[in-house]
Design a binder for this molecule. Structure first.
Ligand code: G3H
Length: 538
């Protein structure tokens, strides 16, 4: 505890630049193009960054968000349904060029809010400054790439096919009304990687921000309102059961985009009365393992697994959540891993080079403590100095060794700074772990023998969506497909794939004869259809 005694700042120690000027009271929600003010109950947002006052650690309330009810949620849904107008609304029928112009306007205005958004991300979820900035910048790039990709998609579709005497044009059109929900660890980026593709493809949207990481929406509310026609994007806040539950139960949602826990996704999905009408785009739990083979380059394995397991305190869906190390190099690996860990700076998100920060989830440190206790009971120890020390919302990373299958940490996604390390002797043990796991997002393999690595790739290729060789697991680059098997995902995301996930193809076809040819030619020449056309979106 001694090393954590002064981890939280006194209010005087907070740099002026990063001080929050005031309590962020976020009363507005967006329905049908109107920013409405909520006068009902509010949820107080407690920052993971507590404040030291003498010997006391004081919880820090930094803002509040509306606790809307079923009534407002259904109004938001109605607004999205009306704007979609059974596919004949202004937005779904708008030309791609015009839709892109709305998104471009949004990006221009969003960029102006960078500092406010970054600051609120740091205070609300404890993400360090460079990562908060990266989250913002990556999101902007994602949107810009999405625009470029949509143009490419449209160029490829601006032609006629002729197969077996049938002329056809094949285009992509929206699915309908989308419900988008994001996670607290990437509340801006991950949410926007579904929200923006949903919008740009012509869907109308009801968006509910994550449980934590909500306040940063305040500076963006007006940007959303002013960038889109009314009803196209509706933003609500509140408890999932009252808000999202009511919306889903109507059966009027066509696409459910959710990044979070698979149990939450299943509960919400089950409420939809017409399961075949609902398309789901889900990014869910993961327990990505790193397999360190006997001939691995230990320095590479250490630097990659340190970053992989502890970036943003292990709160990434792609984080390495369990490490298997061959027993012959276990000692050397553990020594270097724990040495590197000692060098990770811990503190407040704005401090230079800080890597380990306080945790935003209520009850999280107690949960991690339970996992450690359970592991100890089955024979593991914390092998790093200060591992598992807690001060309020801060949990110093705990490295557990030797971990085995009796322990909860072997199976559960800890989503935090506890690093379980399992010694293994036989390659079958790591293959079995992957086969038996309920999750199938990614894994990492560290080794130098190409033949061994090749064999392992072949054994594991049907278990996960990505195998990283001598590298940590990660989602990026965002142009690559982000996949999960088993309980880890439904659908594939990437700049390219998301456009497909939020759309469906429509064929306009006819029998190839002179009369029909002339009809098609005239429609195109005279611009008589938004869908049957051969124009080029620059
Ligand atoms: O939480 C899941 C994120 O998509 C991870 O993204 O691997 O780029 O940090 P990342």
């Amino acid at each position: 505890m001694k090393i954590l005694e002064n981890i939280f700042p006194t209010s005087e120690q907070i740099p002026l630049e990063w001080k929050l000027d005031n309590f962020t009271e976020q009363r507005e929600y967006l329905i049908n193009g109107e920013l409405r003010t909520w006068n009902g109950p509010m949820k107080v947002v407690i920052s993971p960054i507590s404040i030291k006052n003498g010997t006391q650690i004081i919880k820090n309330s930094i803002g509040s968000t509306p606790l809307l009810t079923e009534k407002e949620s259904l109004q938001a849904l109605d607004s999205a349904v009306n704007a979609y107008g059974n596919g004949t609304g202004e937005w779904p029928t708008m030309s791609i060029e015009k839709r892109i112009a709305h998104i471009e306007q949004f990006v221009v205005e969003m960029k102006k809010q960078r500092i406010s958004v970054v600051k609120l991300l740091m205070w609300e979820i404890g993400k360090n400054l460079p990562d908060s900035e990266k989250e913002f910048d990556r999101t902007i790039i994602y949107i810009e790439d999405t625009i470029r990709e949509l143009k490419n998609l449209d160029h490829g579709n601006s032609k006629f096919e002729n197969e077996e005497g049938i002329i056809a044009q094949i285009r992509r059109v929206p699915l309908g009304v989308a419900l988008c929900m994001g996670p607290y660890n990437y509340p801006l980026n991950e949410t926007f990687t579904t929200l923006i593709p949903a919008l740009i493809m012509g869907n109308t949207v009801v968006f509910k921000p994550a449980k934590y990481g909500v306040l940063f929406m305040k500076p963006l509310m007006k940007v959303f309102q002013e960038s889109f026609p009314k009803g196209v994007i509706n933003i609500i806040y509140g408890k999932g059961r009252e808000t999202v539950g009511a919306i889903m139960a109507t059966g009027k949602i066509d696409v459910f985009a959710f990044i979070g826990i698979n149990k939450g996704a299943s509960d919400i999905k089950k409420l939809h009365p017409k399961p075949h009408r609902l398309r789901s785009v889900l990014g869910l739990d993961a327990k990505n393992p790193a397999f360190i083979l006997h001939d691995a380059d230990i320095d590479t394995a250490v630097s990659e697994t340190i970053a992989g397991s502890l970036s943003f305190n292990g709160q990434r869906c792609t984080a390495i959540k369990i490490i298997f190390v061959h027993e012959s190099i276990a000692d050397a690996f553990l020594k270097k891993y724990t040495n590197s860990l000692t060098k990770l700076k811990f503190g407040m998100p704005w401090e230079k080079d800080v890597k380990i920060t306080p945790l935003p989830e209520i009850g999280k440190t107690a949960y991690l403590k339970e996992l450690v206790k359970d592991a100890k009971q089955f024979g593991a120890d914390i092998i790093n100095e200060n591992g598992g020390e807690i001060n309020d919302t801060f949990f110093y990373p705990a490295v557990l060794f030797p971990v085995n299958s009796q322990m909860r940490i072997y199976h559960e996604e800890q989503f935090g700074p506890v690093v379980p390390i399992v010694p293994y002797t036989d390659i079958e043990e790591i293959i079995n772990y992957s086969v038996q796991s309920n999750f199938g997002q990614q894994l990492s393999v560290f080794g130098t023998d190409s033949e061994n690595i090749g064999l392992l790739i072949d054994e594991l290729a049907n278990q996960v969506g990505r195998i990283n060789i001598n590298a940590q697991c990660q989602r990026g680059p965002d142009n690559y497909p982000f996949i999960g098997r088993k309980d880890s995902a439904e659908g594939t995301l990437s700049v390219h794939d998301a456009l497909r996930a939020f759309s469906i193809r429509i064929l306009i076809s006819t029998k190839d004869n002179p009369v029909n040819r002339e009809i098609f030619k005239t429609i195109v020449r005279e611009n008589q259809s938004n869908y049957l056309r051969l124009d080029y979106v620059f």
